[in-house]
Design a protein around this ligand. Sequence first.
Ligand SMILES: *[C@@H]1O[C@H](CO)[C@@H](O)[C@H](O)[C@H]1NC(C)=O
Ligand SMILES: *[C@@H]1O[C@H](CO)[C@@H](O)[C@H](O)[C@H]1NC(C)=O
Ligand SMILES: *[C@@H]1O[C@H](CO)[C@@H](O)[C@H](O)[C@H]1NC(C)=O
Ligand SMILES: *[C@@H]1O[C@H](CO)[C@@H](O)[C@H](O)[C@H]1NC(C)=O
Ligand SMILES: *[C@@H]1O[C@H](CO)[C@@H](O)[C@H](O)[C@H]1NC(C)=O
Ligand SMILES: *[C@@H]1O[C@H](CO)[C@@H](O)[C@H](O)[C@H]1NC(C)=O
Ligand SMILES: *[C@@H]1O[C@H](CO)[C@@H](O)[C@H](O)[C@H]1NC(C)=O
Ligand SMILES: *[C@@H]1O[C@H](CO)[C@@H](O)[C@H](O)[C@H]1NC(C)=O
Ligand SMILES: *[C@@H]1O[C@H](CO)[C@@H](O)[C@H](O)[C@H]1NC(C)=O
Ligand SMILES: *[C@@H]1O[C@H](CO)[C@@H](O)[C@H](O)[C@H]1NC(C)=O
Length: 804
Amino acid sequence: MSAFSLKAPALLFLFTGASATSSSWDRSLFSPTGSPEVPSPDARGLGWKQAFQHADEFISQLTLEEKVGLVSGTEGPCVGNIAPIDRLNFTGICIQNGPLALEQGTYSSVFPAGITIAATWDKDIAFKHGHNLGSEFREKGSQVVLGPVAGPLGRSPFGGRNWEGFSPDPYLTGDLFTSTIEGIQSVGVQACAKHFIGNEQETQRQPSTNDDGTTIESVSSNIDDRTLHELYLWPFQQAVKAGVASVMCSYNRINQTYGCQNSQTLNGILKTELGFQGYVMADWGATHSGSRAVNAGEDMDMPGTDQLSPVYWHQSLVEAVKNGSVPSSRLDDMCRRVMTPFFHLKQDKNFPAIDPSEKDLNALLFSSPEEYRYNYTFGSQANVDVRKNHGKAIREAGAAGVVLLKNNNSTLPLKSPRRIGVFGNDAGDLTNGMSYFTFNGIQNYEYGVLATGGGSGSGLFTYIVSPLEAIKQKADFKKNLVQYVLNNSAIIEPDSPYLAALQPSPPDVCLVFLKSWATESMDRESLHSDWNGDTVVESIAAMCPNTVVITHSNGVNVMPWADNPNVTAILAAHLPGQEVGNSIVDVLWGDVNPSGHLPYTIAHSEESYSFAPITNSTALENTKDPKAWQSDFKEEVLIDYRHFDYYNKNVAYEFGFGLSYTTFSINEKIAVHQKFTGRLPQSPPNATIIPGGNPHLWETLYEISATVVNEGQVAGFAVPQLYLSLPRGSSNEHGFVAKRVLRGFEKVHLNPGESKDVAFKLTRRDISNWDTAKQQWIVPKGKIRAHVGLSSRDFHCSATFTPY
Ligand SMILES: *[C@@H]1O[C@H](CO)[C@@H](O)[C@H](O)[C@H]1NC(C)=O
Ligand SMILES: *[C@@H]1O[C@H](CO)[C@@H](O)[C@H](O)[C@H]1NC(C)=O
Ligand SMILES: *[C@@H]1O[C@H](CO)[C@@H](O)[C@H](O)[C@H]1NC(C)=O
Ligand SMILES: *[C@@H]1O[C@H](CO)[C@@H](O)[C@H](O)[C@H]1NC(C)=O
Ligand SMILES: *[C@@H]1O[C@H](CO)[C@@H](O)[C@H](O)[C@H]1NC(C)=O
Ligand SMILES: *[C@@H]1O[C@H](CO)[C@@H](O)[C@H](O)[C@H]1NC(C)=O
Ligand SMILES: *[C@@H]1O[C@H](CO)[C@@H](O)[C@H](O)[C@H]1NC(C)=O
Ligand SMILES: *[C@@H]1O[C@H](CO)[C@@H](O)[C@H](O)[C@H]1NC(C)=O
Ligand SMILES: *[C@@H]1O[C@H](CO)[C@@H](O)[C@H](O)[C@H]1NC(C)=O
Ligand SMILES: *[C@@H]1O[C@H](CO)[C@@H](O)[C@H](O)[C@H]1NC(C)=O
């Protein structure tokens, strides 16, 4: 393939000393022919010893039917339900969506989306987000949060669900994903890390039937072993180390085999290599078999009813155990995996009962029958208010996730403007109800601010503060002018009479609000802002020399107007949740100094991202080939900034970039502290696998320290970032090696003139490459170069060290 035979200029390999020698793409290598099924390893309760014994005692009392009930979903009041077992006082398990809100929640909060948390680059915010979200689930009687998300990672910016997760960089995602999980589980609620693995597009995520009745299988993500380890598995490995209760297997196929019956990924990688001790839950309708899926490593079928697919478990699983096609020891293992985190998080003690309002919402949102077969325990009060003071943290996280991309002539923060113009259909209040679900046909509607994406990862607002509402309050609209046109079509009319009618003209500052919708179940068709957003900016900028553009977006937007001199400031405000207006006003007026940084790259055009296309072709619309949908991850590890850096391409705003109202710098002095003595073994010494893999992978081998300085006039948060240039591994002759990879970041508060030292800890995994032959993380031979800076292209100092 042409992408593979490209000879990159020698300059690109300044630090890697390697050459790209990838062979051409051979799809036949990405099929399971000849590779044996990997056997299912039994959980041993590593890290959860006491709870494991408790689980063992519990399941020893169960009949075969009860055991099967513990792993097969049923109808019930929640999105996913494990039935109660009355005689053992087991009240069942209530599983609910999703990563930014209790989807079936009344009097609950709508938190910022993962993309916003990613843009904060703040592990404490991620933890607090998980903690507050988890506490709302708990108070509503739900034991499991379906989230957070690290798959999609964000291979393509067109991915419809990227915003639910964090960043296409696995290190940034790994840290924030893990902090979120720790936050959720800190209140005794289980997190479910999803979607495992290679779930990088929505198009054809489930099988379809063509006109002649042939089943056309889901898209197959064809990923080589090194790319899987170095990108897509990386955050899941950390989640397992952090003790995540469950992992959700995905809709897509991996190398032709469905995610929920793939023994290579589930039994092999997740449970053996990473030592995962919890349970693998199927995505809704992702189970395609009974004994095959069970033996491949799936532990819980969801929803277990015939709503989305045939029922493969339940009675069939009872029969499969009776006739030996599923060993009874395997069923016991599944039950132990389900019950161990339940006991470990003390969910058998004082766990609040289900809020009765949830069953009504379930019936409404998912058309579930109102009568349930099983007897769930409900709380005495419906519509419990679980929001506490979470609005405050939501407002803060929303502001922290705003990335200031441009600020010419110090337009921002605003200095008491007398005449403010507000423009665009993203500025005002919601007009079509209090949610963005795609269910019931509600989606990308024209009027109203965008504060989340759509689908199961969305939420019901109890309130939302729109930008316009917050601006009016902040600007003191009784003394000053706040004038607005929210109709994009009216704004872009030639010589728009609607704009002409705004007098006096032009305003001192024109705030233009744009939005970009994305939702589960479909990929994005464009990276431009919706509703003619680009033309709206041009129309406003043509009359207003001080135009500030704010985007509420699921991720990457191309910004063809970015260099327009009348566009004096640009802010990427992502999807901040219910306090959206307050969050942006805090930044615009300088009550909060912006500290967000891009968790992705903004390139100049949509075409710049064609290196990792969504598989979608008209030729496939009515294909007769069941295996037609193939997504070849030919770019290997070169996604997002790894691609743009490798090919030395200019971008509009690079990964890690973000301005502040102050100026930071990093001292040229950088120190590398070696944390081991003697000669470092190139591979981790043999050791018993713990959750997260070989324990030696997590040892700190180096610490790199640098000093950040606030050189400006106001206090603010700097985000110093560490990137490493790793040499090619001696046995990794093939494949691309990224020029630089993120391996550390901190968020540091600095008063004017203040300086602080930051220390980045490097573990063995951080300085290793995945070696496919050795099936191990190997420290490469040669010099490693460390760069510390304020973005992926703004380095202030560098140093080298040679571990091996
Ligand atoms: C169930 O709870 C009741 C009431 O608290 C108690 O008397 C009984 O022993 C419990 N049964 C089991 C099996 O734990
Ligand atoms: C997929 O196939 C590639 C190419 O043979 C291989 O490197 C990788 O390990 C396979 N992954 C899985 C999960 O089967
Ligand atoms: C065992 O039972 C399962 C479930 O009913 C069935 O699919 C399978 O064919 C049976 N296997 C044998 C060997 O009878
Ligand atoms: C539901 O409760 C009734 C009465 O308390 C009981 O007879 C029945 O067995 C329960 N159903 C299940 C599935 O536990
Ligand atoms: C305006 O912003 C651009 C890019 O953000 C920068 O290159 C330029 O120097 C700025 N000009 C002024 C006058 O601030
Ligand atoms: C920015 O400031 C410079 C120097 O004062 C001025 O020439 C220029 O017109 C200003 N640009 C804008 C967009 O305000
Ligand atoms: C928005 O403006 C367009 C063009 O002027 C007009 O056709 C449309 O009716 C307006 N929509 C609303 C809701 O006012
Ligand atoms: C996929 O292709 C179909 C048919 O050509 C088109 O309608 C759809 O918009 C495409 N989807 C994306 C995400 O590009
Ligand atoms: C900038 O605004 C002025 C009006 O103040 C206008 O004359 C000019 O054409 C605008 N420039 C652009 C590039 O829109
Ligand atoms: C580590 O284990 C592997 C595989 O079992 C074995 O080949 C190797 O010799 C062992 N290394 C050491 C140092 O014990």
